[in-house]
Design a protein. Structure first.
Ligand code: SF4
Length: 283
């Protein structure tokens, strides 16, 4: 486990690494680029493969790490309790990951109620098919980057699939590579919006009006929104959404960094740790 630069969470935990491209947003997958680059180093661990994340290479590039399952139980949490992004370098619900391994990951989350565990998959159909007893300190999300009628395949069907998961739910509209149109956000607890991070000649630029359209729908549904970034060379570039005041026509930049309420079980666990002076943290 480690502290992460991803602004909407605090730590990342990767009991699974590697994946297979499965949608239009995967074209410039940051995790694939990073892992393939790292694999070239002389001291690269054996599980890192330099091969492309294609179906034919899946057995080589997808690795489950049983030795990492207990990391959240043992970690020092140098920034105090927080949000843990589960599998930022792959997809927990990839078909190369067994049901029992997925269950073990969820079990670890349950054993750490002082932390919030943020799951994200582009395979919500599998997550919905599995009978998982999700703990309330977990929130499960899917990515939606394109809508109907665009040049890329529509990914909005993942929202309906996600609704089959019996947990708190969120949608990552990142990278938003096309307008997604009107989406059904019923049952969704959190929305994140952001552009693609990739070199200029490869990235697909997000227009702010597309992001604003998602923002407006989330606002209308009273769902907390986190605007992460514009399209840019690196993650986190310009974390402001540009909107135009409909009455004055004046443009302004909004910093929107909302999160869903911290679950009660997590609040209680943090309070208990606080009472016994157990919190680490760089204070
Ligand atoms: S699903 Fe995620 S991790 Fe897997 S290839 Fe696509 S972007 Fe990369």
């Amino acid at each position: 486990m480690q502290i992460t630069d991803i602004s909407w969470c605090t730590y990342s935990w990767n009991p699974v690494t590697g994946c297979t491209r499965c949608g239009p947003e995967c074209e410039n997958c940051y995790a694939e680029r990073f892992m393939r680059r790292q694999a070239k180093r002389d001291d690269a661990p054996a599980y890192m493969s330099g091969k492309a994340w294609t179906r034919e290479n899946e057995n080589e590039v997808v690795t489950c790490h049983p030795d990492r399952l207990d990391e959240p139980l043992e970690y020092s949490y140098p920034d105090g309790p927080g949000r843990i992004f589960v599998v930022s370098f792959g997809d927990l619900f990839h078909r190369c990951v067994s049901d029992s391994f997925i269950q073990s990951v969820v079990d670890t989350a349950r054993e750490c109620p002082a932390q919030e565990f943020v799951f994200l998959t582009k395979r919500p159909d599998r997550a919905a098919q599995m009978e998982i007893d999700w703990p309330t300190n977990a929130i499960v999300g899917t990515s939606v980057g394109s809508g109907p009628g665009g040049e890329e395949p529509d990914t909005t069907h993942r929202i309906d699939q996600l609704r089959g998961v019996d947990a708190r739910l969120w949608i990552s509209f990142e990278p938003l590579i096309e307008p997604v149109g009107d989406v059904d956000l019923s049952g969704i607890d959190w929305v994140v919006i952001g552009g693609e991070s990739a070199p200029a000649d490869e990235r697909r630029e997000m227009e702010h009006v597309w992001a604003k359209a998602v923002y407006d729908q989330a606002r209308a549904a009273d769902i907390p929104v986190y605007y992460k970034q514009d399209s840019g060379a690196k993650p986190g570039e310009n974390p402001y959404l540009t909107v135009q005041d409909p009455e004055t026509g004046v443009f302004k930049q909004l910093e929107i960094q909302e999160h869903p309420d911290i679950p009660e079980v997590t609040q209680r666990a943090r309070q208990e740790k606080e009472n016994v002076g157990e919190h680490g943290g760089r204070r």
